[in-house]
Design a binder for this molecule. Sequence first.
Ligand SMILES: [Zn+2]
Length: 307
Amino acid sequence: MKQIFFLLIASICLISCAHDEVAHNGKIKIVTTTQMIKDVVENIGGDKVEVISLMGPGVDPHLYKATQGDLEKLSNADIIFYNGLHLEGKMQNVFERMSKTKSVVAVAQDIKEDDLILLAQKGDEVVHDPHIWHSVGLWSNVIFPIKNTLIEFDKDSTNRIGYEVMAKMYWNDLKYLDDETRATIAKIPKEQRLLITSHDAFNYYGRDYDIEVKGLQGISTVAEVGIKDVTEMVDLLVKRKVKAVFVESSVPKKPLEAVIQGCKQKGHAITIGGTLYSDAMGNNDTEEGTYIGMIKYNTNTIYKALN
Ligand SMILES: [Zn+2]
């Protein structure tokens, strides 16, 4: 009896192990920097791709440096997708090195310069705001370089139609999300539409969904918050009678707490309206762990706190 039992276990293991191996070997190995990019790649690539995101929930991309383990993952990948526009400020050398042996694609590459927010210009050198995922319309542009790269890499040309269809379906989902986000923010009275966060991640969100935005820390989290930044912010909040400010999942909330304290001292009560996902999404097993879920969560949090 025992012998039959072991034989049965052994044969189940053989079947499942063999199945795993086939599935694993058939997939295109992809590494992305952020979770937002990973989600798009999975939506287009479906079961043809195996995607790893280097940066998980709560990780700040401006400060992120590739670890030894990351370098191994990048070396083993067939394709690397990153945001570009200097979001991954400390990884540029790694991308350049990897691009000598494989496809290394900045997903922002096809976005028209006129659609980007200009931050600084010095001669020919221009710096644009990298937080493109906060405009759903702008973010839908990254679908095309990702789809085209997959089609180019995949030796099985019969998969092409699958990538095309999945890309079109995801584009439609994002179009719906874009309209829905605009409609929700429009329900907040105009004078209440002021979004205060730790750093300047929401400029595209503000531009596309008609809400004024201000970050305490500027575009990158590399810069320190000064006393002057806090004082100016307190004065603005008191003057505009703003009800709430928002913390971010990937940025320490201490400087924002100083602002709340400052408002209190001036007799203006202000609360934390919630945590927004700015530069990183939520945990994998939650709704906020998807790009669409993250945008919906942020929009609902803003709506509830400011309305
Ligand atoms: Zn940022």
